[in-house]
Design a protein around this ligand. Structure first.
Ligand SMILES: [Zn+2]
Ligand SMILES: [Zn+2]
Length: 274
């Protein structure tokens, strides 16, 4: 499968000269499976560019699956501007931890008057709404499962597996004080790639950010070591973090878990099937 990052910035999109390497769009990643299925994780502002590329490339995939980790603005705010939403030939299956009718209502409110001129239900794509719970869901050749995370109003991690390769997305989570989330470590065990929250530096976290539902590069590196993953990609960076800050974060994380890097907008990874 092919993993591409379209946005790795948490909270609010930014556009600053000192933060171009990592990029300024909020969370969105896509996975194109070996069988050609399209899986999208979150619809932050990064999804705008994904939609533009899909529309420009044509023939675009006829079926997309979008998985929401939760509904905080930074994870949904790009959806109204996602080009395939307006294409009558595209079928989009939306997944989230919420009941299907609630998921549908949340997206309707996101695009409701007076915040957006076209109602979500009036957009031309065909839509389906499904809840992801404890079961594993098949999307074409891939298997997708979820694990609850510690985050205000809840969030989930997703694991996408195909042909023996596994990617885990675990942004928007805060570990227990000084420790590792045991459920998440088990969920991510021996994954090829773990994408993990690195919103704060340890110093920022210590200065009154406990309980905000986010962690640090140190938490990510400790989790990666405990889960014995192959590679850690830190993500969901604060808008305060410049490229220089993120380089320092990478260096420090590597001292705890050697195979650590920052995820970057535009980064592509091929994960070969066994
Ligand atoms: Zn977030
Ligand atoms: Zn959140």
């Amino acid at each position: 499968m092919e993993l591409t990052f379209w946005g790795v910035r948490g909270t609010c999109p930014i556009d600053r000269k000192d933060a171009t390497r990592i990029g300024g769009n909020t969370p969105c990643a896509s996975i194109e499976t070996a069988r050609g299925d399209w899986i999208v994780i979150d619809a932050g502002t990064g999804i705008y560019e994904l939609g533009r590329r899909l529309a420009a490339a044509g023939p675009r995939p006829k079926r997309l699956s979008i998985f929401f980790t939760h509904f905080h603005l930074d994870h949904v705010q790009g959806l109204p501007f996602f080009e395939p939403l307006r294409d009558p030939g595209t079928e989009i299956v939306f997944y989230s931890p919420a009941e299907p009718r609630d998921l549908r209502a949340h997206l309707g409110r996101l695009m409701g008057a007076p915040f957006f001129p076209v109602a979500f239900e009036a957009t031309a794509s065909k839509k389906e709404f499904r809840r992801i719970d404890g079961r594993t869901i098949r999307v074409g050749g891939a298997a997708v499962s979820a694990c609850p995370l510690n985050h205000p109003q809840g969030s989930v991690a997703y694991k996408i597996e195909e042909g023996g390769a596994a990617v885990v997305f675990a942004t928007d989570t805060e570990p227990p004080a000084g420790g590792v989330d045991g459920w998440l470590a088990e969920f991510a065990r021996e994954a090829d790639v773990l994408v993990c929250d690195a919103t704060f530096t340890p110093r920022e976290y210590a200065a009154g950010r406990q309980g905000w539902g986010h962690g640090t590069w140190r938490d990510g590196a400790k989790l990666a070591a405990a889960a014995r993953v192959r590679r850690l990609l830190l993500s969901h960076f604060s808008g305060w973090h410049t490229d220089r800050t993120v380089r320092a974060i990478e260096r420090r994380a590597r001292a705890v878990f050697a195979a650590s890097d920052a995820a970057r907008e535009g980064m592509r990874l091929s994960l070969p099937s066994a």
